[in-house]
Design a protein around this ligand. Sequence first.
Ligand SMILES: *[C@@H]1O[C@H](CO)[C@@H](O)[C@H](O)[C@H]1NC(C)=O
Ligand SMILES: *[C@@H]1O[C@H](CO)[C@@H](O)[C@H](O)[C@H]1NC(C)=O
Length: 425
Amino acid sequence: MSKPRPLLLAAAVSTLCVLASTVAGDVGKPLVTAITKDAATFLYSAPIIRNGQPSHQLVLDLSGPIIWSTCPTDHRTLECNSVACMRAHRFHPPGCPHTGYGKPDDDNPYRCKCTAHPHNPVCGDTVSGDVTRTALSANAADGRNPLRPVTFVAVTSCAPESLLAKLPVGSVGVAGLARSGLSFPAQVAGTQKVAKTFALCLPRAGTGVAIFGGGPLFLIPPERPAITDMLAGDTPLRTYRGSPGYFISANKGIAVNQAQVPLPDHSSLTIGLSSTIRYTELRRDVYRPFIRAFDQAMGQSARVTPPAAAAPFHLCYDSSKLSSTRLGYFVPQVHLMLDGGKNWTVFGGNSMAQVDRHTACFAFVEMKEGKTGYGDRAAPAVVIGGFQMEDNLVVFDEEKQQLGFSGLLTGRGFSCSNFNFTMPA
Ligand SMILES: *[C@@H]1O[C@H](CO)[C@@H](O)[C@H](O)[C@H]1NC(C)=O
Ligand SMILES: *[C@@H]1O[C@H](CO)[C@@H](O)[C@H](O)[C@H]1NC(C)=O
């Protein structure tokens, strides 16, 4: 029996040295990556190059605490008593109790191989996977253009092909973006010596952009000020029931057309953000008064019976009777009235979905019971989904523990597909 392990190890170490020398000049620079939207699943992915192979992408998951992907069969596995292994066990997926850090090595019963719990945010499956190291590449950026590729070694979890179910064709795993030690932004911050902050600009159409490690971020036309300096608001990040995800609170509730929506419970509303649900979901006790308020504010003149294609929406309108503006259809604005006094404002461009040529529907949905993993009454009041974040710049700043947001960029003549991905000569 051959024992190729020491050789492999040496090879891995020497590659690490080569990688380390290529990145030295770009340490301290933020990393930028494109964001694509999959037409079939509406999930957002980043073409982060893994182990030197391009044309692979990782699905972006704001609630995911780790990075996971399929692995080569000869991968190395970290030891259970490593710091990375402790970090991999800081958060557990819903319904997945902590049952130790790993399992005995087949070749050496005295060695404990670290395993983590990669979770598929779409189908909800969780498996056990070896914790390993993977070389990932993205581009160092000056805020206006990508400059050059940078490779860094990240702690990741392996997962079987079967865990890729319901993810876009071409994806090899998930890049967790949550508030944990092993998320993609945390590992960029640690290896690149940049701030633990990132900004997402999810595209409605075309290619969006994410920047990890701080601004500025400029969109075309480049002579305009940095978009990161034009934020409409920021609000404190909250923690919620041990989840690693991003939460804010709306201590004054929700307003539609400047009028407060009457809610049965007057306490502050918890709002989560998710990149893996399409439309914003509201808990049943909040959803019903909310759509009633929108229905009243809109009036009946353009209202139509929702066509079959409109499910799961309840309020639909004849779009030829709505006027169009740079902020989308001219409809009543929704204000989430946040802690700290700022409003997250949803204009027509983020509130109305065109379901067929003649019909636009109010694109908020009722949360399905039992789906969130919190138990029904304990679910957040609102989870903002992808459609409502598109063409907004959202800044997740773990250093200041704040969430910043731009509001709908089309109102200022920008869109999230306006980043200049051309490398300067
Ligand atoms: C937030 O929205 C509410 C309701 O529309 C409005 O009364 C308030 O003035 C807004 N606050 C800010 C800071 O714009
Ligand atoms: C994009 O960036 C390249 C490289 O800096 C530059 O030559 C080009 O003019 C930019 N394009 C636009 C539309 O600003």
